[in-house]
Design a binder for this molecule. Structure first.
Ligand code: CAO
Length: 243
């Protein structure tokens, strides 16, 4: 691809130069590799998490006893694990050299963590086999390890899918970049109260914006809409996560 030729910026005003950290350089290369190799499409959906949030808040005292904070993330992990099991076309990688699709029989999910040193993606293994408290504890531990630069290489490998949540910060939607060779990534924005028509009246409901970016070589648009609709259904009635 044509390179970007830099002008001499100092002709426009004072500048400073600083070496990129190894991590910033590696992240920049990974982003460019994914962006250039993967034909991206993003599918948007809102999930009604009013009841989920009531339940989550009802667990506050239990969380204080256990020393674990229950955020929306464990529910998202569980819902994505269920969706990956029901729609296994999202749990693949493409081997273009061998013209093969690699289907994974395990469900490991990466979580993007914002750290002072840049973006890190620790991986939670076998999310489908873990409960909400276990996921809450493990994701908090891994996020802390990421911030403390204590993650081992093995703890950042093997993901089938990634969740990137900006919900604690803000925004209504974004288009995340697929963490190739995974074929999809879920972006989560900030939940907001919205008027939702119930057929008779508008009801105030807490709506969570979801943005699913996917590799259009591996996944078609109809499947992406099925995936986000399923996520919305699962988060809308978390009892269905038990089924
Ligand atoms: N909507 C509204 N509020 C939300 C929310 C959402 N979607 N998600 C989380 N929150 C709330 C939490 O409930 C918590 O509120 P309280 O303190 O009042 O209980 C607060 O926001 C902070 O949550 P958190 O961000 O600490 O925890 P989390 O489990 O939701 O997320 C982690 C953990 C590691 C994903 C997050 O800390 C993080 O690093 N996010 C950034 C990821 C990122 O940079 N992605 C971009 C990658 S592409 O460049």
């Amino acid at each position: 691809i044509p390179g970007v030729k830099l002008p001499d910026f100092s002709q426009f005003g004072d500048i400073e130069r600083e070496s990129m950290s190894r991590m910033m350089f590696a992240t920049a290369n990974n982003m460019q590799r994914s962006w250039l190799n993967v034909p991206h499409v993003t599918q948007f959906e809102d999930a009604d998490i009013t009841d989920m949030e009531d339940f989550r808040k009802s667990q506050k005292a239990a969380g204080e006893k256990k020393g674990v904070k229950m955020t929306p993330l464990p529910f998202l992990l569980k819902a994505c694990a269920t969706a990956l099991a029901q729609l296994p076309q999202f749990n693949v990688s493409l081997d273009m050299d061998r013209k093969e699709v690699v289907r994974k029989q395990y469900i490991h999910i990466g979580i993007a963590v914002d750290t002072p040193n840049g973006l890190m993606v620790p991986v939670i293994r076998d999310v489908d086999k873990k409960g909400l408290w276990e996921l809450a504890e493990e994701s908090a531990d891994l996020a802390q390890k990421a911030r403390d630069k204590q993650l081992k290489p093995a703890e950042m490998q093997g993901a089938c899918f990634t969740i990137t949540s900006l919900g604690g910060i803000g925004g209504t939607a974004f288009t995340p970049i697929v963490n190739t060779p995974e074929v999809a990534i879920l972006g989560v924005s900030k939940a907001a109260m919205k008027p939702v028509w119930d057929g008779k009246d508008f009801q105030p409901r807490l709506m969570l914006p979801l943005s699913l970016s996917y590799d259009h070589r591996a996944v078609n648009g109809a499947d992406a809409a099925r995936f986000t609709s399923l996520l919305s259904q699962l988060l809308g009635d978390i009892r269905s996560l038990l089924l």
